[in-house]
Structures are given as structure tokens and as C-alpha cells.
Ligand binder design. Structure first.
Ligand code: SF4
Length: 209
């Protein structure tokens, strides 16, 4: 059984944030391995099972290395599903280094971490459930557009509160992703649901990671 200060990491790399309200922000990505949901459309299936257990000092060294090269970067903790591991010590150490810290999560698990930005992407396989304690901290919602995402589902998510945008995220496996996303966006406008936006995938546009 690994100690808490050891995390299963899939990859650490620099790029820009490709989606959501903070798209374009230079970022050091820390991709944690593992996710129990196993969504069929997942675009990071490679992170489900492959990963190395790394002690925290090694992880921080690698992040420092990236930071020396790209000083204006935030840290994005992603996955897989990062909240399936205990991130407390990692986050405390990154905070001491003055990073802006963002997490991307499916919203099932929650821990009161001292981070700056919660991107929550509720999933159809969980009935779009969001952890009750996490609801108050949502900064943005991302929803994959597929046959299960309806105006009714989006309305229910808007009922959580009006303090965050809801991005409709095109499914990269769908040949009609932009038409389908725009159609749903228009339906939300007609239904009067506030602050629903068509999402972007800047990484795909630029053909980078
Ligand atoms: S929750 Fe996210 S990381 Fe997990 S399987 Fe679904 S899409 Fe992939």
C-alpha cells in the first residue's frame, strides 16, 4: 500500500489549457492515472491503467523543471480522475510555490483542497451527479455532447446555481460534433437557460497535446 505522498502519475508536460473559460492559459499539466468511470467516449483512456507511482519530491522536481522553462504557467491537475487520489500534500506544496492551481474532475469525489479553479465535468454514466460539497466551489462545468445530454439535464445542472458557465463540449469521436453541439446550444438558448456556451478544443485546432 503506497504512502499518501506517492501518487500514480501518467504524465507531466507543458502546453496551454485547451478548453473552458481559461483556454489559452499556459499550463503545466499533471495527469494522474486511473479513473473508475470508464466512459466509452473517454479521450484519455491511455491514463486509466498506465502510470508510475512517483514520490511527491520527484513530482515537484519535474514541475519545477517545467516552470524554469515556462515561468508563466499555472498547474492543471487532470487525469484520468485526479480526485481518486489524495492530493492534499501535493496541493499544499504547489501553493507554497505560488502556482495558480486548477483541477479537472468528473465531480464524483470531493476534498476541501486549497486550489484556485474547479472544472467539473459530470458524466452520463453517473447520471450527471455532482458531489454535494463540490457544488459550492464550481468555477465552470463542461458537458460532453452526446445522445444522453439533453436540455433537461442541462436545466438541472443550471439549477445548482448561476455562478458558473456551462460549456457544451464537442465529442471528438462524433463526426457531427459541431453541428450537434450548436443544435443543443440553440435549444438551451430557446429554453432560456443562462450562460450556456459552445465549447472549444484548442489542442485539436493547433494539433498539439
Ligand atoms: S470520467 Fe473522464 S477520465 Fe474518467 S473515463 Fe470518463 S471521460 Fe475518461
Amino acid at each position: 500500500m503506497p504512502e499518501q505522498s506517492i501518487l500514480r502519475i501518467n504524465e507531466i508536460f507543458w502546453s496551454f489549457q485547451g478548453e473552458g473559460l481559461r483556454a489559452g492559459v499556459p499550463s503545466i499539466f499533471l495527469r494522474l492515472a486511473g479513473c473508475q468511470l470508464k466512459c466509452p467516449y473517454c479521450d484519455t483512456k491511455y491514463a486509466w491503467d498506465s502510470g508510475r507511482w512517483l514520490p511527491l519530491p520527484e513530482i515537484l522536481d519535474e514541475i519545477d523543471k517545467q516552470k524554469r522553462k515556462y515561468p508563466a504557467s499555472q498547474v492543471v491537475i487532470t487525469g484520468g480522475e485526479p480526485m481518486e487520489q489524495d492530493l492534499t500534500e501535493l496541493v499544499d506544496n504547489l501553493k507554497k510555490k505560488d502556482f495558480f492551481i486548477a483541477i479537472e474532475t468528473n465531480g464524483v469525489e470531493y476534498a476541501a483542497l486549497a486550489i484556485d479553479w474547479w472544472t467539473v465535468s459530470p458524466k452520463d454514466v453517473m447520471g450527471y451527479a455532482v458531489n454535494k460539497a463540490l457544488k459550492k466551489r464550481i468555477d465552470e462545468i463542461k458537458l460532453i455532447v452526446n445522445e444522453n445530454l439533453s436540455v433537461e439535464v442541462i436545466k438541472k445542472i443550471r439549477d445548482i446555481g448561476d455562478y458558473f458557465p456551462i460549456f457544451l463540449q464537442p465529442d471528438s469521436n462524433d463526426n457531427h460534433k459541431y453541428e450537434n453541439t450548436f443544435y443543443l446550444f440553440e435549444q438551451c438558448q430557446l429554453a432560456g437557460i443562462s450562460d450556456v456556451r459552445p465549447g472549444i478544443q484548442l489542442h485539436k485546432v493547433y494539433s498539439v497535446m
